[in-house]
Every structure is written in structure tokens, then in C-alpha cells.
Ligand binder design. Structure first.
Ligand code: GUN
Length: 302
């Protein structure tokens, strides 16, 4: 048992982040008469996507971003969706474009992400933005969930420099970009990226000062995989059946919270940890994209 275990409150940190952003967006409008704008493309009616997109729309309105959701039928052709993206790329009134995943199986997601102009790619999923991240370039737009994790660590005053961070999961959305961010000169961590092909996972994760788990398996990280005093960031959002809930399910992370939490110095809960930061970072990316497109230095709005 680590006596000083602290819960990282993503709801609270996201609220603070959004309040600061709202102020900056207010100053941007007062000074330049510019309102940042975000367009979200949703294909079909995947229930999780419907709920995520609603949250994005609502948060945009709260911080002063003009949010537009375009909904397409699940049988939209690849060419039609591509045309929409190309038109939005050319529209000077649009600062950020997000293609909500998952797309139907007949449309290749990566080819759609790559069509979004890098300067408007507020998801940070395009090959250009990932390449810029790998090159540690300031023009990179970092994917929202990884950017949110960095913000949680920063605002919780958790040192990353010189620490050993173990990332579990190699996805395009989380594992790869968070590894690059932690590896950047600014974060300066030593990073080990583990995945389903890693044979001695527990041995490696036990060496970590910081563990980021993004595997999509409920309660995957067990206590014997965690060094006492480690920081644990849980990116998982898994539905498990729960007859006591009206919905019939509840959300749990990739961490077996009850057994891991007592060992940690800091841990993020699910829900209320990383999740709320993702949408906050989408708003920040949209604001940053808008500033860059208009040649405005963000610092001038502090
Ligand atoms: N689906 C689930 N999370 C995300 C996200 O962060 N961005 C997009 N585009 N789709 C998602």
C-alpha cells in the first residue's frame, strides 16, 4: 500500500483546461473577430460515435467554437466521403476537420484521415502529423487522447523527464502517438512500447515509473504488473454487463482498479480520467489550428 495514492481527476482538469481555453477564444474574438470552427463527419449511427460526437458538439458550444456535425448514411461511397473532406479542406471558414471513427468496413479509415489537410487535422491521425510528431516539429498536431494524457501529467505535476514510461498498446490513436510525445525532448522520458507480441510484459511493466495502458481489454493490468509507487494512466473504456444499471452495463478501464490503485502514487479512474481530456484537447487543437491558419501567436492571447 502506498500511503499517498492520488486519484487524477480528469473531470476537474478538463474543466480547468476548457475554462482557460474559453478565455483565450474570447480574447481571439475580441481582438480579431475570429470564431474557431470545427466540422465533425459522422458516418452511420454507431451508438458510441453518436454519443462522442454529441459531447464534442456540446463542448465546442461551451468554449465558443462553432461546431458543425455532418451525418452521412452508412452506405456513403468512399468517393463521396472523400469529396466532402476535400471541399472542407478548401473552405477557409473551417479550421478543424474530424472524421469520426469507426467508419463502415467498405471505407479505409487511414486513407480518409490522410486526406484531411494536416493544418486542419485536429485529430492528429494523418501521416503528416504523425511524421511531424516523430520529427518533434512544433507544427505537429498531436492526437487528442495522447495530448490529454500529457496535460493530465503536467497539471498533476508528475515529472516525466528521466522516468521510464511503459506504454501498453500500439494503436494509431493512442499507443504510437503517446510514445512519441513521452519520447519528445520536452517530456524526455525513456519509453518502452509493449503490445500483444511482447512476451515478458509483466517483467517490463514492473520496471515502469509511468504506465499507460491502451489495450481495450477490461481489467487487463493486474497488481503484479505494477511497481509500488508507479503512476498508472488508464485509457480503456470497456462496457461490462451490470444488471444493477438501467443501461445493463457499466464502464471499466483496462486497469483492474481495485487491486492496482492501492499500489500507485497516482492513477486515473474510469470514467472520469483520460476520457474528459480527449474532448478538451480536441477543442484546444481546433483553437491552435485556427490561430496558426490566421498567423496569430497563441501566446499573444494569454
Ligand atoms: N473514435 C473514438 N475516438 C475517436 C477520436 O478521438 N477521433 C476520431 N476521429 N474517432 C474516434
Amino acid at each position: 500500500m502506498v500511503a499517498t495514492m492520488q486519484l487524477i481527476d480528469g473531470n476537474e482538469i478538463s474543466k480547468q483546461t476548457l475554462a482557460e481555453l474559453r478565455e483565450k477564444i474570447g480574447r481571439l474574438f475580441a481582438r480579431e473577430k475570429i470564431v474557431p470552427s470545427l466540422v465533425v463527419l459522422r458516418v452511420g449511427d454507431d451508438p458510441a460515435s453518436v454519443s462522442y460526437v454529441k459531447k464534442k458538439e456540446k463542448t465546442a458550444a461551451e468554449v465558443g467554437i462553432k461546431g458543425t456535425v455532418k451525418v452521412f448514411p452508412p452506405d456513403i461511397s468512399r468517393e463521396e466521403l472523400a469529396r466532402e473532406i476535400v471541399a472542407l479542406n478548401a473552405d477557409a471558414g473551417v479550421n478543424g476537420i474530424l472524421v469520426q471513427a469507426p467508419l463502415p468496413p467498405h471505407i479505409d479509415e487511414k486513407s480518409m484521415f490522410n486526406l484531411v489537410r494536416p493544418e486542419k487535422d485536429v485529430d492528429g491521425f494523418s501521416e503528416t502529423n504523425l511524421g511531424r510528431l516523430a520529427q518533434d516539429l512544433p507544427s505537429a498536431i498531436a492526437a487528442c487522447t495522447p495530448a490529454g494524457i500529457i496535460e493530465l501529467l503536467r497539471r498533476s505535476r508528475i515529472e516525466t523527464a528521466g522516468k521510464h514510461a511503459v506504454v501498453i498498446g500500439r494503436s494509431l490513436i493512442v499507443g504510437k502517438p503517446i510514445s512519441l510525445l513521452l519520447l519528445s525532448k520536452k517530456s524526455n522520458a525513456t519509453v518502452t512500447l509493449c503490445h500483444t507480441g511482447t512476451t515478458n510484459l509483466a517483467e517490463i511493466s514492473r520496471q515502469a515509473d509511468i504506465i499507460v495502458v491502451a489495450v481495450g481489454h477490461a481489467k487487463f493490468l493486474k497488481k503484479e504488473m505494477v511497481k509500488p509507487g508507479a503512476v498508472v494512466i488508464d485509457v480503456g473504456i470497456n462496457r461490462i454487463p451490470d444488471a444493477t444499471k438501467k443501461s445493463g452495463f457499466r464502464l471499466v478501464g483496462d486497469v483492474d482498479f481495485d487491486e492496482v490503485a492501492p499500489r500507485c502514487s497516482h492513477i486515473t479512474p474510469v470514467p472520469g480520467g483520460v476520457g474528459p481530456m480527449t474532448v478538451a484537447m480536441l477543442m484546444r487543437n481546433t483553437f491552435l489550428a485556427c490561430c496558426r491558419q490566421n498567423g496569430i501567436a497563441e501566446e499573444s492571447l494569454l
